[in-house]
Ligand binder design. Structure first.
Ligand code: NAD
Ligand code: ZN
Length: 255
């Protein structure tokens, strides 16, 4: 059943994939060989030691290939099918959102913005040449077959700009009209644009629901705080919304 006029924005971060076994950057398994991911995921680290950075990304690709979407990813797929208007903005570079099914369906690609890129994309550091390695990785340092420059993972590193085309997709959704519900799930919300999009999405009376075991910089703006792991909390919350219990007008914020 499609809920008419239910406009939803979902913003996710690494925490939603934690229950699938993919470490967050800031969690207890975040460090890799004693190295801080926040320093590895930078242009400077790649310039200084591309082999090391590629090794880290290939290991993460292997973990993600072997992982499965969890009930939180599946609940979001259900939400995408139920709402008349839906956009998912994920900071995750894994592909668990696009693999998560509800029934046999997945979220249509046009309803997902991967704002920090895609870990399975390998792209040239200089020209437009790129390819996907969703199934298997090479082991060499990849060089561009067109210009000979080193290829890099197709993700946005700390200190780099976002892709303007992806920003425009979010802005277009936000400019159309306010959302009834904004979910912010599993992100420390350290980036200004994540806070900005969450608040603007809920402007005009929409609910802002944060799902995160810990508090974040967004918590004080939330109309509802859910301090539980996403895989536990989200399926029930989505059911609540899909049944209309929490449809606009009859849902009181609960803190
Ligand atoms: P983060 O690592 O900074 O924070 C993770 C957040 O998730 C924390 O606030 C934590 O309290 C919360 N969390 C942990 N377990 C949770 C659970 N089971 N349910 C709900 N919340 C839970 O992640 P970030 O804010 O997304 O920022 C880090 C950057 O690194 C982002 O760009 C992110 O996409 C990227 N990253 C991506 C992946 C991935 O693609 N899976 C993994 C690690 C990092
Ligand atoms: Zn090139």
């Amino acid at each position: 059943m499609i809920m008419p006029d239910l406009r939803v924005l979902v913003i996710t971060g690494a925490g939603i994939s934690a229950e699938s076994g993919i470490p967050t950057f800031r969690g207890k398994n975040g460090y890799w060989r004693n190295l801080d991911p926040a320093k590895l995921a930078t242009p400077e680290a790649f310039e200084g030691n591309p082999s090391l950075v590629w090794e880290w990304y290939r290991e993460r690709r292997r973990i993600i290939r072997a992982a499965h979407p969890n009930p939180a990813h599946e609940a979001i797929t259900k939400l995408a099918q139920t709402c008349s208007d839906f956009l998912l903005v994920t900071q995750n570079v894994d592909n668990l959102h696009s693999r998560a099914q509800h029934g046999a369906a997945t979220i249509p690609l046009e309803k997902i913005v991967q704002i920090h890129g895609d870990i399975f994309l390998t792209r040239c550091s200089r020209c437009d040449w790129h390819y996907y390695e969703a199934e298997q990785d090479g082991s060499e340092l990849p060089l561009c077959r067109h210009c000979g420059t080193m290829m890099r993972p197709g993700v946005v590193w700390f200190g780099e700009s976002l892709d303007p085309l992806q920003i425009a997709r979010v802005e277009t959704y936000l400019e159309t009209r306010g959302c009834d519900v904004v979910f912010v799930i599993g992100t420390t919300a350290l980036f200004g644009y994540i806070i900005d999009w969450s608040l603007r999405g809920a402007e005009g009376g929409g609910q802002l629901i944060e799902i995160n075991p810990d508090s974040t910089s967004l918590s004080r703006f939330a109309t509802r705080l859910v301090r539980e792991p996403a895989g536990i909390a989200l399926p029930d919350l989505v059911d609540e919304i899909c049944k209309g219990v929490c449809s606009p007008g009859n849902c009181r914020p609960s803190l």
